[in-house]
Design a protein around this ligand. Structure first.
Ligand SMILES: Cc1cc2nc3c(=O)[nH]c(=O)nc-3n(C[C@H](O)[C@H](O)[C@H](O)COP(=O)(O)OP(=O)(O)OC[C@H]3O[C@@H](n4cnc5c(N)ncnc54)[C@H](O)[C@@H]3O)c2cc1C
Ligand SMILES: Cc1cc2nc3c(=O)[nH]c(=O)nc-3n(C[C@H](O)[C@H](O)[C@H](O)COP(=O)(O)O)c2cc1C
Ligand code: SF4
Length: 448
């Protein structure tokens, strides 16, 4: 049952406790209490929902009935689940997607091996989003899900020397899978750490679960028998000298710099540099590009300089802030952010069930968004463009470029005729999402 519909005029928790009692009187044996419904405008199962945000609904209903009550939604960690049970919030915890991401979670929890659990990120990209188009569900982080009878993990028949270029999600998954099957795997990564673009995906507020996935992958990589070389940018010539039996090119993508006069001015920077903290943006920031990265960068920038949940709770409990002031200090930070997008549709490319959440959050945080923009020029003062037929000027101290990626496939193109077994995977094949990169990494790791 929904503990609160979170729809104006519909049932809230004060009413659902009465419904819970009616269920009990009618002979129901157990109540599993979730949040609201698809109609609610309060996010229910997306990544930005804090762990156990709706457990209080189970707690209120448990107080009103004698039958067992389960708490639900975004319960992911053993310690947190145990705390709910110990403190009497509920009698059971209900895990949905965490069991899709890792069907062995219950065993790992009971063996105190929670560090080995592949955690659900709440991305919805593999499991929930396909439902909208009638496609079968799978899982971003566990691509075996839904393919259990097709994707068999078998040991490698003939041991091969496998060279993998790039330790983003595609390369890491290919390396671990191939090595665990018994191949002799060597991995080259030009940066001093693994993760590729996924290192930035977890930086905006509410997207932190990607960091947990990355930490898990780093632990797996350390455990797997992979010969890893960091700070090791490899060239086609060096690849040939190593003479691998199979070559996997997982080199990702390169940011596209749009051809706008003034794009090379000093205050024009890349979204990745901003997310990584390599650039200190000015007060007024205009982002060129409103796809996934543009939206994520806007979220991260708009949240900078806002009070955090602990500070807010303190101020709220002591009555230090009115509702207006509370909104101002939690939702307005140190930057004024505008997104300008060439094509229609803000946030295209984001997960279908997450896009509305992120766009609403941007609105709540006061980010201005315009699509259908034709760019004319960038000057020291800002951007001149036409927005739906009207010429406009947007003042900007910093201009952030988030105009997409082009595949980084030079090594593949140079070597494709020289190897019998060569694969191009992830964003290097075509810039998409981690879902595809992880999927292709595991698939190739199983195929070699
Ligand atoms: C801000 C942001 C948010 C995102 N959010 C999401 C999300 O919510 N969901 C989602 O599914 N996807 C998301 N993505 C996209 C996702 O991160 C990428 O699709 C994914 O990382 C692609 O994986 P990859 O392994 O193909 O390439 P990459 O992650 O780009 O990794 C390629 C690696 O190859 C290395 N490399 C390149 N050339 C060489 C060389 N010659 N020698 C050695 N190493 C080399 C690079 O240094 C890099 O580490 C996001 C991306 C960004 C930037
Ligand atoms: C693929 C998928 C389909 C779902 N379909 C429904 C649905 O039709 N109705 C509903 O009330 N909840 C639906 N849910 C929500 C689950 O029933 C459950 O409440 C939620 O996934 C629990 O949160 P957790 O996955 O974070 O553990 C669905 C969830 C997923 C992942
Ligand atoms: S696709 Fe994403 S949300 Fe769904 S189970 Fe996998 S990690 Fe969790």
């Amino acid at each position: 049952m929904a503990g609160d519909d979170f729809v104006g005029g519909s049932n809230n928790i004060l009413e659902t406790v009465k419904i819970a009692r009616l269920y009990q009187d009618a002979g129901v044996h157990l109540l599993s209490v979730t949040g609201g419904w698809h109609e609610t405008r309060v996010p229910q199962i997306t990544m930005n929902v804090p762990e156990g945000a709706f457990a209080y609904l189970a707690r209120e209903i448990k107080k009103a009935v004698d039958i067992p009550v389960a708490a639900s939604n975004r319960i992911r960690h053993k310690a947190f689940a145990e705390q709910l049970l110990k403190e009497g919030w509920c009698d059971l915890v209900n895990l949905g997607r965490p069991l899709i991401a890792d069907p062995h979670l219950p065993a790992k929890w009971s063996w105190n091996r929670e560090n080995e659990v592949l955690l659900c990120t709440g991305c919805n990209q593999g499991c929930f989003d396909p439902l909208f188009t009638g496609e079968p569900s799978t899982c971003t982080v566990n691509p075996y899900a839904g393919r259990e009878s097709e994707w068999m993990f078998t040991s490698a028949g003939k041991k091969k020397k496998v060279l993998i270029i790039g330790a983003g999600p595609a390369g890491m998954n290919a390396a671990i899978t191939a090595a665990e099957r018994g191949h002799d795997v060597v991995l080259f990564e030009k940066e001093d750490e693994p993760g590729g673009m996924l290192r930035y995906a977890g930086l905006p507020p509410g997207r932190e679960d990607w960091m947990e996935y990355l930490d898990y992958m780093k632990r797996q990589l350390e455990k797997a028998p992979v010969d890893i070389n960091f700070s090791a940018k490899i060239s086609s010539k060096e690849v040939l000298s190593i003479k691998p039996d199979a070559l996997v090119v997982a080199t990702g993508g390169e940011p596209v710099i749009p051809e706008i006069p003034g794009v090379h001015l000093d205050h024009v920077v890349s979204a990745i540099d901003v997310l990584a903290g390599r650039i200190k943006p000015g007060k007024r920031v205009v982002i060129i590009g409103g796809g996934g990265t543009g939206v994520e960068a806007a979220l991260a920038l708009a949240a900078r300089g806002t009070v955090d949940s602990k500070q807010f709770f303190f101020l709220w409990m002591w009555g230090a802030v009115t509702e207006d002031i509370a909104k101002r200090i939690t939702l307005r930070g140190t930057h004024e952010v505008t997104i300008l997008k060439r094509s229609p549709g803000m946030g295209r490319g984001l997960s279908r069930s997450t896009r509305w959440v992120m766009i609403h959050e941007l609105r709540k945080r006061g980010v201005h968004m315009y699509d259908g923009v034709t760019f004319h020029s960038i000057s020291e003062e800002g951007i001149t463009c036409t927005v739906r037929g009207e010429e406009k000027f947007f003042p900007a101290d910093t201009v952030v470029i988030a105009a997409g990626l082009r595949p980084r496939r030079e090594i593949y193109d140079e070597l494709k005729e020289q190897f019998k077994e060569i694969y191009l995977i992830g964003d290097a094949a075509s810039p998409r999402r981690a879902l595809q990169a992880i999927n292709e990494g595991v698939e190739i790791g199983l195929k070699i």
